[in-house]
Design a protein around this ligand. Structure first.
Ligand code: URA
Length: 254
């Protein structure tokens, strides 16, 4: 379905009339309840790989991998307990020469099943946020996560899990060379900026990772639960777009 720009803004809650097209479902509530269940992490390092992928690489070795080798390493990663219950690692999706890199938290059930980030309800909102910026999934944008494997019950990834996954994301960023990075929510902020401050205190600022500008906004799943903050997210995206445009080398006037 293709929506007009006006419809996109309405969808994001920026226009006067707002309508939720994606009601929160009973399964998502069940998942939220399940997220509080105690987890018993068991490292994967002792388990035989079922994927036939290479041995896990050291963080230093990961920084030398090319894109295909990095993809393989992630598919076979057993560096943290999240590998145990995943159906598959979710590497990322999009343009390999992107202007924009959006980073979320980690795959949920839908993403784990499909092998692609942001394909559930939050993903639909993210697609609408992208469309409001006149970009479509796969064109000028790459989408990745702070962790590549689904945290059981969709709980927040642990700091050690994000630390184990960081070399992969770091290498993705180095290979993709986006012009701007947008961090969606606290986990992404924690992973990339190593900062635990509130999102509210970090919004509207320009950070940097490896010389690339980084901005912060709310996670789409949070926005689905906190509709008034969609307007703030739109402000953040406009700030990100201005920051991106500042990166562009001005065209010669003659
Ligand atoms: N939430 C995320 O942070 N990432 C996904 O891929 C899906 C939902």
């Amino acid at each position: 379905m293709s929506l007009s720009r006006e419809q996109m803004l309405i969808e994001m809650g920026i226009a006067p009339v707002w309508a939720l097209r994606i009601p929160l479902s009973a399964p998502s509530l069940a998942a939220a309840v399940d997220a509080s269940a105690p987890q018993e992490p068991v490292p994967c390092a002792d388990q035989p790989s079922t994927i036939g992928a290479p041995e896990p690489s050291s963080p230093g070795a990961i920084q030398t991998l090319d894109w295909p080798a990095l993809t393989k390493a992630v598919a076979g990663c057993r560096a943290c307990p999240l590998c145990q219950q995943r159906k598959q690692a979710v590497f990322g999706v999009g343009d390999l020469n992107p202007d924009w890199l959006f980073i979320g938290e980690g795959p949920g059930a839908d993403e784990d099943a499909k092998g692609e980030p942001f394909v559930g309800q939050a993903g639909k909102l993210l697609d609408n946020m992208l469309a409001a910026l006149d970009i479509a999934r796969g064109e000028r944008v790459y989408i990745a996560n702070a962790v590549k494997c689904r945290p059981p019950g969709n709980r927040t990834p642990e700091a050690v899990e994000m630390a184990a996954c960081w070399p992969y994301l770091e290498r993705q960023i180095a290979l993709l060379k986006p012009k701007i990075i947008v961090l969606l929510g606290k986990s992404a902020v924690h992973a990339v900026l190593h900062d635990d401050k509130s999102l509210a205190s970090l919004r509207g600022q320009r950070f940097e990772h490896a010389g690339i500008p980084v901005v912060v906004t709310y996670h789409p799943a949070y926005l689905l639960r906190n509709l008034p903050d969609k307007a703030k997210a739109w402000e953040d995206l406009l700030f990100a777009r201005r920051t991106l445009r500042e990166q562009a080398v001005p065209e010669l006037p003659f």
